[in-house]
Design a protein around this ligand. Structure first.
Ligand code: GLA
Length: 394
């Protein structure tokens, strides 16, 4: 679904919208499950987006139409409560946060939808939460700073949706920059933009179509295991605040106390943080091969040590091994399904897409979805010209 369809749907129901907004999906090059452990991540916003068309309606009622689900949910600003339509809770939860932070929201009509696959690990949820907060911030001139939009989006997900996610997805949604990845220190929120120059390579995502719901998956369990690890380590090393402060040798002698599971979760996070820092150096030096090796190490850590992969994702990664034209690949996002990210030689792109699709189809009897993506700007106002259907004018 493209911007012009959202624009048109709004016009059909409510007339001209006051504002149009685009809000991107994200990839994460490396640094998985490190964000809620005070560590480092390297995401980029991408050219897959949710679009919002919105107008104030002068009441205390909000009417929200999801073009994707073809459903409308209405809620009252003075009586916020969760909806039985789970898609609506990303928006209601976001409005709830804005109000709880003392900003004066007014009633609005909104139509939204886009082209980010849902449950694919591309963070469609952060795109809806932050896109909605950005929209009402602009519409009602609330003066909410970008960092507050990020934190409110994350809290909406924690409180209303029930996923104890970190800050990566909301941060990159708001702060993404075209042609750049962003290295974020999730503890201090310091960040740097990295030009994402992959020269002869492109970024291909393979969607396993195993749809994950982080709320019901082991995502929250992983977070608890890490916190338990920190508590035990802290008893021996009081300076430790999060796994970010732990070095591998400190962990080694605590194995009996931590137990194998918690030990492994902590070990993965410590190693993954090191991989992010090393990958940034490699990207800066143009060492795409070294960067690619880190992606594979990340995948095998996620699969074997952190245990958030699944057979479909492992198959997609296994397929790329020993293919010199694929420099690196790994599962991406929270895990348990969703997409893999693959760094593929430009000249091999078409053959790769064909070969991996055929192999996956043969093994699992489903055709995976494949997307070539490029780094894009964070959430921003969309021009009306983007909403004109150029295809139909032919
Ligand atoms: C999900 C969460 C993020 C992050 C990743 C794993 O996308 O929303 O906060 O924890 O999983 O890296």
């Amino acid at each position: 679904m493209e911007a012009h369809e959202i624009h048109k749907a709004f016009i059909d129901i409510y007339g001209q919208p006051d504002l149009l907004v685009r809000s991107p999906a994200r990839i994460n090059l490396i640094g998985e499950h490190t964000d809620y452990n005070g560590g480092f991540v390297l995401p980029a916003a991408i050219n897959k987006e949710t679009y919002f068309a919105i107008s104030g309606n002068g009441t205390r009622t909000c009417n929200v139409y999801s073009k994707h689900f073809d459903e409308t949910v209405t809620f009252e600003l003075d009586d916020i409560k969760p909806s039985d339509k789970s898609w609506a809770n990303y928006l209601i939860g976001a409005v709830d946060q804005v109000q709880k932070n003392g900003y004066k929201v007014h009633g609005f009509n909104i139509v939204f939808g886009g082209n980010i696959p849902i449950g694919a690990g591309l963070s469609s949820s952060a795109s809806v939460e932050c896109g909605l907060i950005f929209s009402i911030n602009e519409l009602f001139s609330l003066g909410i700073e970008p960092v507050e939009i990020i934190k409110m989006g994350q809290k909406a997900e924690n409180e209303f949706v029930g996923v104890q996610c970190g800050i990566m997805d909301q941060f990159i949604n708001v702060m993404g920059k075209k042609d750049h990845a962003l290295r974020l220190d999730c503890r201090s929120l310091e960040y740097y933009y990295f030009p994402l120059k992959l020269n002869n390579y492109c970024i291909i995502l393979c969607n396993s179509l195993v749809s994950h719901s982080l709320a019901t998956s082991a995502y929250n369990t992983r977070k608890e295991e890490c916190l338990r690890g920190v508590e035990i380590i802290k008893a021996h090393y009081p300076e430790v605040e999060s796994l970010r402060d732990v070095k591998l040798p400190m962990l080694q002698h605590l194995l009996p106390e931590l137990g194998e599971n918690v030990f492994n979760r902590c070990k993965f996070v410590i190693e993954e943080n090191l991989r992010v820092l090393e990958s940034c150096d490699q990207l800066q030096k143009g060492d795409v091969a070294g960067f690619g090796r880190n992606l594979y190490d990340s995948h095998y850590g996620l699969a074997l040590t952190y245990k958030v992969s699944c057979p479909e994702l492992d198959f997609l990664i296994g397929f790329t091994i020993n293919k010199p034209q694929v420099v690196g690949a790994r599962m991406m996002g929270g895990g348990f399904g969703g997409c893999t990210i693959n760094i593929v030689e430009n000249t091999y792109k078409d053959d790769f897409i064909q070969a991996i699709s055929d192999a996956y189809q043969q093994r699992f009897e489903i055709m995976p979805e494949i997307y070539e993506v490029a780094p894009a700007e964070g959430t921003s106002e969309a021009a009306v010209s983007e909403c004109v259907n150029t295809k139909s004018s032919l």
